[in-house]
Design a protein around this ligand. Structure first.
Ligand SMILES: *[C@@H]1O[C@H](CO)[C@@H](O)[C@H](O)[C@H]1NC(C)=O
Ligand SMILES: *[C@@H]1O[C@H](CO)[C@@H](O)[C@H](O)[C@H]1NC(C)=O
Ligand SMILES: *[C@@H]1O[C@H](CO)[C@@H](O)[C@H](O)[C@H]1NC(C)=O
Ligand SMILES: [Ca+2]
Ligand SMILES: [Ca+2]
Length: 977
């Protein structure tokens, strides 16, 4: 029991470390939920009131939805510093916009107000943040479409806190329940009743037809629920309807719905997932109704920061003092935002205040501050004395340490560091830690964990330029993107005598103000040639060279730097090899166009071998995902060679959604214990890089069926046009530090055995071959270790009952003989043809398949998605009309719809359906199943392949010349059930 408790605490710790959230659960009450308002939003007290109302309503709703377990106890709202100060506003302490649980901000491209939660982890893993627009919070007209705001908040909170997924699916709105049954709307529970209508424009509609190629309702068909339902579930489907007060649980979960919840959580209901959470384990039902939440308002002040720098003797080793000075100068001269206050403290066995807080009002103040950076070292390391002096610097000016930031850099061991943990916790300051070299004290990160600071780990291998990256990564977390420094390039390497460091930095349209090119070297100044996109050349003579032996040359470009490719060539004219580095930082070019940014996360920031680490990079512009970028990550262990990995946004392996701007990858190459530093590089090429829509959004209810059978429609949802979205972003480069994580439990390298299975295959598809009765299966090969390398063999199972193919019963299902099936290397699309012996084709038969991969060390991967092939005979009974609608025409008062006569080609028989790949886009979103139509008499199989498949294949797999025509369907489509 005691152990369990301890584990739980650990889990909770991990939970908030990962997401940045510092929400605590105390006797069922969520404390310190942070809602942050973007600084670009003009002052609006109505919005603050709306937030208060929303939280109050949400708390009551959450309490009953979770069967009296959870409620909101305290909520903090961060008011931007741009709003008029008020007495009731308290000072922000360790909260920040960047770490907030809920962000209130406008979308860059105005397109509706869909609330959403940024989720990138698997089932049960917390998300990053919830995003509401100001209009969503203040415009009551949106109630009809989204429901009361408190209910929406609970829907999003379940995503964020408990890692459950949506039970609707805009990309796969219908599914076939099997047998002779009609298609149904993707929903939970299946007890939701409503009408399937096809809008004809204006106020008229007709019944939906069934598309025989998919066995689903035609594209454009809408499921309109009745306003009054008997079912109470579920909140992850349609929280807006009054009757909905519960999550789907085991008793009413719709296992057949083609939604992300089923795909991600292996067909478990949302309530089962919530019950498996650490929150659930550490709480119990509460008998009395909880009090209303307390909402406090905090206002962000100016940024106040103190550099607390180690000057112990060990800083002399490996040129650390010089490297620190180079990196800290970049921070003071280029990174920290104008208007901030900065102080500097150094420490060894005792601490010294080098300068009290000075406000960065102009460039000469930046320069002045660099003169306080340490150059000499003394003996001893007393981290707490450094931190305390930092606090003194804040108190000297402010009378408070709340909300101030310390950047603490040390390379030394200090056994007494825990003596100031409590003091640090009480201070309300944020401590960012930079561990330099492998001797830095192990507890250093505790200071960051306690205060919500960033953590960096820097090796003495200067090649990586990581100390500079750490300082460049210390931008303010205020949400004011237009003021933040953005790093475009960061490279360092040893360059031989007379050799060159060459490269290209792309300055895109969104950046260019305050652009600096900084070159550093180890021994003697190199020759520099920098050519701008217009051909103008800059040499080392144009760079300002620091004459205080910092070995740095710096060039600031006046105004906004030219957009395009800047080519650099740095030549080592020294007689021996030396390390040369280049760093380029810039800021946004316009306050109204948000720059493209990259942020990097890890699955957790401590990792015990053999769990795999997952690394994510989020590439976005003004909350819109940016897709088509090449994203690479370098993981640099304390000791040993860095590992480079490419991250993918392909919806496979560790990546849960394709094209959501989150690029992900498993990392398993652990070679030793200790800190691992992360650096992410984004390259976007002209023509490939583009913005995309958010995919996972709250359900916008299209309309209701009223008590009297009339239909009330909501106005159509505003959407940005594809043109707006896909404006060519041009070429882009970004480099960012992703902080560090700590690994433990790694065995000695020569004793490491393979413990990692191939990853789950999530894009299995199947169809029946039209010519020779073979089933053709296609999927993307996983690796030996998750998504890396090559597995050894596959196991494929088939069944008439999909539930048999799930984990648990997979072993018992009928095996498919996989003789002759070779395993491809990870990421390669492969296929397999299979002819069952005694397979009798019966009308409407569904055959299901699932696959898993096994590696050379007998590690067994998870069971894939379940893929389905439908066999249809031509003499199909006429398609019945959709269930609820009647052909009685309604009159059309006001905003009611009327039924127009259903066109009489409604009962199209399969023989009328042309197997053509014409530009019929009816099924563009229903690529989930491939329906095979069998001409019974001749036992000739006339496969009529889904149109979508054809269309997509033409675009992407032009010369795919095999049995497997369907390999090109959107890999993100859910091929489950
Ligand atoms: C400092 O840097 C120079 C030039 O890269 C190198 O030759 C020297 O060995 C370094 N010093 C130490 C102590 O690492
Ligand atoms: C770590 O400390 C030990 C003993 O003080 C010293 O010999 C070693 O050089 C240090 N290592 C680094 C990387 O500073
Ligand atoms: C960038 O610089 C231009 C002039 O060089 C200025 O007009 C613009 O406001 C600046 N943008 C930002 C975000 O400060
Ligand atoms: Ca993704
Ligand atoms: Ca393996």
């Amino acid at each position: 029991m005691a152990l369990n408790h301890w584990l739980l605490l650990l889990l909770l710790q991990v939970l908030h470390e990962v997401t940045g959230t510092r929400v605590k659960l105390n006797m069922g009450g969520f404390e310190d939920v942070v809602i942050a308002i973007n600084p670009q939003i003009p002052e609006d007290n109505k919005m603050v009131d709306a937030i208060k109302d929303m939280v109050k309503e949400a708390s009551t709703y959450l309490f009953s939805a979770t069967r009296q377990r959870f409620y909101f106890k305290t909520v903090k709202v961060i008011i931007p510093s741009t709003w008029e100060p008020k007495n009731e506003y308290q000072r922000v302490t360790t909260e920040s916009y960047d770490k907030a649980d809920v962000i209130v901000a406008d979308h860059y491209l105005k397109h509706g107000d869909d609330p959403y939660t940024l989720q990138y982890g698997g089932c049960g893993e917390p998300g990053r943040y919830i995003h509401f627009t100001p209009n969503f919070l203040t415009n009551d007209k949106l109630h009809n479409a989204y429901g009361p705001r408190g209910r929406v908040f609970v829907h999003e909170w379940a995503h964020l806190r408990w890692g459950v997924f949506d039970e609707y699916n805009n990309d796969a709105p219908f599914y076939t329940p099997g047998g002779d049954n009609l298609p149904e709307a993707t929903r939970c529970s299946a007890g939701f009743t409503g009408q399937y209508i096809f809008p004809l424009g204006g106020k008229s509609y007709r019944d939906c037809k069934i598309d025989h190629r998919t066995q689903l309702y035609e594209h454009g068909c809408l499921f309109v629920p009745k306003r009054h339902q008997d079912t109470a579930a579920s909140i992850m489907y349609l929280q807006s309807l009054p009757s909905v007060t519960q999550f789907c649980d085991k008793s009413n979960h719709n296992i057949k719905a083609t939604n992300l919840q089923n795909k991600m959580c292996n067909y478990r209901s949302t309530w089962e997932v919530i019950m498996a959470s650490p929150d659930f384990a550490s709480s119990s039902p509460i008998m009395v109704p909880p009090p209303d939440p307390t909402v406090s308002l905090l206002q962000k002040q100016d940024r106040v920061l103190c550099l607390v720098l180690d000057v112990s003797g060990s800083m002399d080793a490996n040129n650390r003092t010089v490297r620190l000075k180079q990196a800290a100068e970049i921070f003071l001269l280029q990174v920290i935002e104008a208007g901030s206050w900065v102080g500097i403290v150094t420490f060894s066995s005792t601490a010294a205040v080098k300068t009290h807080l000075k406000q960065i009002s102009n460039d000469s103040m930046r320069k002045t501050l660099t003169e306080y950076l340490p150059t000499r070292t003394t003996r001893g390391t007393n981290i707490c004395s450094g931190v305390r002096s930092g606090f003194q610097v804040f108190l000297h000016k402010y009378g408070s340490t709340k909300g101030c930031e310390i950047v603490l850099l040390t390379d030394g061991e200090d056994t007494a560091i825990s003596s100031c943990f409590d003091e640090v916790q009480r201070s309300g300051s944020i401590i960012h830690t930079i561990a330099l070299g492998s001797n830095a004290t192990k507890d250093l990160e505790t200071l960051a964990d306690k205060t919500g600071g960033l953590k960096f780990s820097i090796t003495d291998s200067v090649d990586s330029n990581s100390l500079i990256d750490a300082f460049s990564g210390l931008s303010s977390g205020s949400g004011d993107i237009s003021q933040q420094s953005i790093q475009l390039e960061s490279r360092g390497q040893s360059v031989g005598s007379q050799d060159q460091l060459n490269g290209i930095v792309t300055i895109d349209k969104t950046v260019g103000n305050d652009t600096f090119f900084v070159v550093t070297w180890g021994t003697s100044p190199p020759e520099i040639l920098l050519t701008d996109p217009k051909g103008r050349e800059y040499t080392e003579k144009d760079f300002a060279v620091d004459n205080t032996n910092v070995r740095t040359a710096r060039l600031k470009i006046d105004g906004t730097a030219e957009t395009g490719e800047w080519i650099y060539s740095i030549k080592n004219t020294h007689s021996g090899a030396q390390v040369i580095s280049i760093t380029v930082t810039t800021r946004a070019a316009s306050a109204s166009v948000p720059p493209l940014i990259v942020k990097s996360y890890t699955k957790s920031d401590t990792n015990k071998f053999p769990s795999p680490m997952v690394i994510y990079a989020e590439v976005s512009q003004g909350f819109l995902p940016v897709i088509g970028a090449k994203v690479t990550v370098t993981v640099e262990p304390e000791i040993g060679t860095p590992v480079e990995l490419e991250l993918y946004d392909d919806g496979l392996g560790a990546d849960i959604l394709k094209n959501d701007g989150i690029y992900s990858r498993y990392f398993t190459s652990f070679r030793g214990n200790g800190r691992h530093n992360i650096k992410v590089r984004v390259q976007g090429k002209d023509q490939t890089l583009r913005r995309s829509r958010r995919q996972s959004q709250a359900l916008y209810l299209t309309g209701f069926v009223e008590e009297d059978g009339q239909i009330t429609m909501n106005p159509p949802k505003p959407e940005p046009t594809d043109d707006e979205l896909q404006t060519n972003l041009g070429s882009v480069s970004r480099v960012a530090s992703g902080g560090s994580f700590v690994v433990s439990g790694v065995p000695l390298e020569n004793t490491i055995t393979d413990v990692y299975p191939p990853s789950k295959i999530s894009d299995l598809e199947v169809k029946l071959d039209e010519d020779d009765d073979h089933f053709c299966l296609a999927w993307t090969a996983p690796g030996n270790d998750y998504d890396t390398g090559q597995a050894e063999r596959y196991e494929i199972k088939m069944s008439g009952n999909p539930l048999e193919l799930r984990h648990g019963t997979f072993d018992d299902a009928t095996s498919v003989n996989t003789t002759g099936l070779a395993v491809e290397i990870s990421g390669v699309r492969q296929m397999f043809r299979y002819k069952p012996h005694n397979f009798t084709k019966e009308n409407g038969t569904s055959i299901y398949f699932a696959i898993r991969a096994i590696d050379g060390s007998s590690n067994v991967g998870e069971v894939s998605n379940i893929a389905r092939a439908v066999v249809l005979l031509p003499a199909l009974p006429p398609t019945p009309a959709s269930p609820v609608t009647t052909s009685t025409a309604h009159t059309t008062p006001d905003d009611k719809y009327s039924v127009s006569p259903t066109p009489d080609d409604k009962h199209t028989t399969p023989s009328n359906v042309k197997p053509t790949c014409a530009n019929d886009t009816n099924t563009i979103n229903t690529t989930m199943e491939t329906v095979i139509i069998v001409c019974a008499s001749a036992i000739i199989i006339c496969a009529i392949v889904s149109i979508t498949v054809c269309v997509l294949r033409k675009q992407r797999y032009r010369s795919y010349d095999t049995c497997m025509d369907i390999t090109a369907v959107n890999k993100n489509a859910l091929t489950i059930l």
